[in-house]
Design a protein around this ligand. Structure first.
Ligand SMILES: N[C@@H](CCC(=O)N[C@@H](CS)C(=O)NCC(=O)O)C(=O)O
Length: 216
């Protein structure tokens, strides 16, 4: 079977892009990085939406020219195709979906917004930030409680659910303002177990190119 040709439309600060870049890397699959000028609003243009993603979101993964969006189903598809980091029975498949939904709806959605506003926008409204941070404190407490009980989120083995959940927590702490080593040692230890996986690389190593200007 010939090697699948992957192209990843991304920007470096995108934790959602990191989910796919890390998965491809851990699966030993090279990909062509397609840097996208998110800061200039490219993903909001009618042209980009018509040509790349009608949902207006990064990342987009091209698989032999077929454009795929939404990291959760893409991660599950990659796990299936490459036989890595997936579920092995009905219970595990259910657990993967459960955590992927929770991550997309709660942890990633809130952390991405909070961090982006904090680090990459000028003078974010403090009341909005306080609201988001209170939500995040709750979600991080929930995650910490789970990963304190077992090595990875659904059991003894790492899965795509770990990759999804860890993405936004893997960027430098000064961007989010969360020093997890101090505040959530169980999450810090779990991130360490993920970082110890053979082939693991940090977000900005996998997602090169021009960065957004820091505002804080
Ligand atoms: N659920 C989506 C989330 C994708 C997403 O929110 N991407 C961000 C960048 S990391 C984005 O493009 N946001 C644009 C917007 O919300 O307008 C996924 O998993 O792919």
């Amino acid at each position: 079977m010939s090697q699948t040709r992957y192209r990843l439309h991304y920007f470096p600060e995108s934790g959602n892009s990191y989910k796919l870049a890390l998965m491809l890397t851990l699966c030993g699959q090279p990909f062509e990085p397609v840097w996208t000028d998110f800061g200039a609003g490219v993903t909001r243009t009618a042209q980009w939406r018509a040509q790349v993603n009608p949902m207006g979101e990064i990342p987009v993964l091209e698989e032999d020219g077929e454009r795929l969006t939404q990291t959760a189903p893409i991660l599950l598809r990659l796990a299936e195709r490459h036989g890595r980091l997936g579920g092995t029975n009905d219970r595990e498949h259910f657990e993967l979906l459960r955590w992927l939904f929770w991550d997309n709806h709660k942890l990633t959605a809130t952390m991405a917004t909070y961090r982006f506003r904090r680090a990459f926008t000028r003078a974010p409204d403090e009341r909005v930030q306080d609201f988001l941070r209170a939500r995040l404190d709750d979600y991080l407490g929930i995650l910490a409680n789970e990963v304190a009980q077992r090595p990875f989120i659904i059991g003894d083995r790492p899965t795509v659910a770990d990759l999804s959940l860890c993405a936004y927590l893997s960027f430098p702490p000064d961007e989010s303002g969360y020093d997890l080593a101090a505040t959530h040692p169980a999450i810090h230890a779990w991130l360490g177990r993920i970082a110890a996986l053979p082939g693991w690389r940090a977000p900005y190593d996998l997602l090169p190119g021009q960065r957004l200007p820091r505002m804080a």
